[in-house]
Ligand binder design. Structure first.
Ligand code: HEC
Ligand code: HEC
Ligand code: HEC
Ligand code: HEC
Ligand code: HEC
Ligand code: HEC
Ligand code: HEC
Length: 329
């Protein structure tokens, strides 16, 4: 290799190294541990809350504001303090100029996208997201923020309790899939606008669908298990014909939920109580995942009885309709 060649290689190695450091520095952008900075952020955020909170709205610091607009822009300090982004300064994402009121025009463009601080993770999430029905069919209107409210959202790992995780994650989907108004804003992107299909009707085949919404996540049926180990969830929401319909996928000892929804509960329990993953699953959560064969058979019996019940019910209705028909004629 020539000297120029060596120099070029060296420059490339250095460039990669610097890019790596830069990426890490960006991932760590704004991570706040210093108590002095935390206190400064708390004070500065309190100024924003002076208007952008329920308390601020009720007791506005000035009289010349558009109160109708402000009403739709209120935030809950307690929720923010329970989110991933607790301790951060509002202005890190929104930009310094929001300090002054009236806010200058055109500040929205300054808003930091998720990828600015979560470069590595975003790159991997984005690939899955781009393969999802939403990204493919609803185009640019659908972004990370459409599901993730950065002021409230908390990652499952830090929640642990499956019920709380389920409530948070399903709310993201239900907020839109149960709202004609919001759904139609997005389905307007389709070449022929679609009327919102009703969630209960769609999942009629699932016994106690409403109970399932409290115990299992939409994404547990609507995404494949993530192939990328470092990602906790798959973002690849598939078309409906690829959704999980198989009861045994969850209601069995090999429940896929062990690797998904319950992984944090299981690790937390293992750390706290010395439980192993399967015994935790068996002792507490999904029916069918127990280690007690009598219990499992009982449950399978109950399933069978439910299905038989539906069948008998249907048969009775058919017969009754027939009888009614004969009487009418
Ligand atoms: C004196 C009251 C007041 C304070 C303090 C205030 N805001 Fe606002 N803000 C408003 C009002 C009222 C609106 C509604 C739109 C308008 O009148 O500009 C608004 C709008 C916004 C919007 C949405 C508008 C847009 O750009 O589309 C953001 C984001 C925002 N404020 C962020 C902040 C942040 C961050 C802080 C703290 C650094 C802050 N605000 C401090 C009153 C305030
Ligand atoms: C991690 C980044 C981040 C931080 C920190 C952050 N925001 Fe936001 N904020 C966003 C994003 C992204 C949006 C746009 C959401 C959307 O498009 O629906 C937004 C939207 C807003 C809006 C306008 C729309 C709405 O939903 O209300 C207001 C007002 C606002 N933020 C205020 C605040 C205040 C006050 C704080 C500090 C307590 C804060 N933000 C901290 C990222 C952030
Ligand atoms: C200005 C920088 C910044 C922006 C923009 C930002 N975040 Fe964060 N985010 C952080 C920091 C700092 C933390 C806390 C450090 C940590 O826990 O890793 C964090 C934490 C998180 C976590 C928890 C990390 C974990 O694995 O425990 C998630 C998830 C997250 N953010 C998602 C988002 C999403 C989604 C968006 C876009 C809507 C976003 N962030 C925008 C800076 C940012
Ligand atoms: C259709 C809704 C939806 C969209 C769009 C979406 N997410 Fe998520 N995301 C979720 C759900 C649900 C979870 C699971 C949350 C949890 O419990 O941790 C999640 C989890 C995450 C996590 C934490 C778990 C992990 O795997 O590390 C990150 C980081 C994240 N999303 C980033 C993004 C980014 C970046 C985008 C945009 C490219 C995005 N998300 C778009 C719904 C969505
Ligand atoms: C137990 C697994 C399971 C769970 C949990 C689940 N789904 Fe489904 N979902 C399915 C299956 C399977 C289909 C396909 C049904 C069919 O084609 O008959 C479906 C269909 C759908 C469709 C099809 C829409 C259309 O255009 O026809 C949507 C949207 C949907 N589900 C959203 C959700 C949401 C939102 C949640 C969470 C509240 C959820 N699902 C929870 C399995 C599930
Ligand atoms: C802001 C609105 C919005 C949010 C949030 C949202 N969706 Fe959707 N979703 C839509 C729209 C609109 C469509 C129709 C797209 C189409 O038919 O091509 C759709 C399509 C779907 C489909 C495909 C239906 C089919 O015809 O194959 C599934 C499955 C689905 N969503 C599940 C989810 C899940 C799970 C979540 C939460 C993680 C979620 N959605 C969050 C608006 C939303
Ligand atoms: C995504 C995983 C998943 C799938 C797929 C799934 N379930 Fe469930 N199911 C759960 C969870 C979690 C619970 C709540 C914990 C429990 O009671 O076992 C539950 C609860 C139940 C219950 C108990 C309701 C009650 O009244 O206590 C019945 C019955 C049930 N499922 C039947 C089914 C049938 C039948 C199917 C297939 C058509 C199915 N489930 C598919 C996860 C799933």
């Amino acid at each position: 290799m020539t000297i120029a060649g060596w120099a070029r290689s060296l420059a490339m190695v250095l460039a990669f190294a610097c890019a790596g450091v830069a990426a890490r520095a960006q991932d760590a952008k704004g991570v706040v541990t210093d108590p002095a900075i935390l206190e400064k952020n708390r004070k500065e955020n309190a100024e924003c809350y002076g208007c952008h909170s329920e308390a601020g709205y009720k007791n506005p610091p000035r009289a010349d504001m558009d109160m109708v607009k402000l009403r739709a822009l209120l935030h809950d300090p307690a929720k923010f303090d329970g989110s991933n982004h607790v301790g951060m300064n509002c202005k890190i994402c929104h930009g310094q100029p929001y300090e002054t009121y009236p806010h200058p025009a055109g500040l929205k463009q300054n808003l930091s996208p998720c990828s600015e601080c979560h470069a590595t993770k975003s790159l991997r999430v984005e690939k899955q997201f781009e393969d999802s029905v939403h990204a493919k069919n609803l185009k640019d209107a659908f972004t990370c923020q459409t599901c993730h409210d950065p002021h409230v959202y908390k990652v499952a790992q830090k929640i642990g309790d499956p019920r709380v995780i389920v409530a948070q994650d399903n709310q993201m989907c239900i907020d839109c899939h149960n709202s004609d108004l919001r759904y139609s804003k997005f389905s307007a992107q389709l070449s022929t606008q679609k009327v919102r299909p009703d969630l209960d009707t769609l999942h009629k085949w699932l016994p106690n669908a409403r109970l399932h919404w409290q115990a299992a996540r939409c994404i547990d049926c609507h995404t494949p298990v993530s192939k990328v180990k470092s990602l906790q969830t798959s973002h690849e929401i598939l078309a409906k014909d690829k959704a999980e319909k198989n009861c045994v996928a969850c209601h069995s000892q090999q429940s896929q939920l062990a690797a998904r929804l319950y992984r944090y509960a299981a690790t937390n329990a293992a750390a706290d109580l010395g439980f192993t993953n399967p015994s935790y699953l068996g002792s507490a959560y999904v029916i069918g995942a127990t280690r007690n064969p009598w219990l499992d058979w009982g449950i399978i019996g109950a399933f069978a009885a439910t299905i038989l019940g539906l069948f008998v019910h249907g048969a009775i209705r058919v017969v009754a309709a027939g009888l009614r028909g004969r009487r009418a004629s």
